[in-house]
Design a protein around this ligand. Structure first.
Ligand code: SF4
Length: 179
């Protein structure tokens, strides 16, 4: 049987959701016998190939991330929103009560760890910040929602087992407790 082809991308995000894959520990070995990772942030990929399953962690925060989300959607059969940032916008939405300009000044001028006495703000050489951080389903159709910050190992394994059985996973409510 051919392996399920998988692509993963992270958008506006910490790396916690991708790192949570490693929390499944030794279970990753049998999983990789059935799943082939064709594209991921740790593999220096150039373009998203055609895959069976796409995973996106992180929110939409700038125009480049919007483009990546659309590219992933075009190239995968099943798209998974992975983690609270992708599903709800997550911690990125803390900036949403401020304007884009206020957020840039806070990040590039006022933040205690920044030395920028001339108050120079980034120009067109970096991706343009969206007015608000958004969950990915503002831009693309999402087939599977996997909340959690990050999703836990039990949920990750369950989702992949469902996919490998040919089912579209719908994470049960009792798997969404984080106590
Ligand atoms: S959901 Fe949590 S762990 Fe995942 S990317 Fe967002 S902040 Fe990081």
């Amino acid at each position: 049987m051919s392996k399920v082809k998988l692509a993963t991308a992270w958008l506006e995000v910490c790396s916690g959701c991708h790192m949570s894959f490693l929390d499944i520990d030794e279970e990753i070995v049998p999983l990789l016998e059935k799943v082939q990772i064709c594209y991921s942030p740790v593999a220096d990929p150039k373009a998203i190939p055609k895959v069976d399953v796409g995973v996106i962690s992180g929110a939409l925060g700038n125009d480049e991330e919007m483009e990546i989300a659309r590219e992933m959607r075009e190239n995968c059969d099943i798209l998974i929103g992975w983690g609270d940032c992708a599903v709800f916008g997550g911690i990125n939405c803390m900036r949403n009560t401020y304007s884009r300009e206020e957020a840039l000044v806070e990040a590039y001028v006022n933040s205690p760890s920044t030395v920028n006495p001339e108050g120079i703000l980034p120009g067109e050489d970096i991706p343009t910040l969206l007015p608000k951080a958004l969950p990915i389903d503002y831009a693309v159709k999402v087939d599977v929602y996997v909340p959690g910050c990050p999703p836990d190992a039990e949920t990750i394994l369950w989702v992949f087992k469902e996919l490998l059985e040919g089912r579209i996973p719908k994470v049960p409510v009792d798997m969404m407790r984080y106590d």
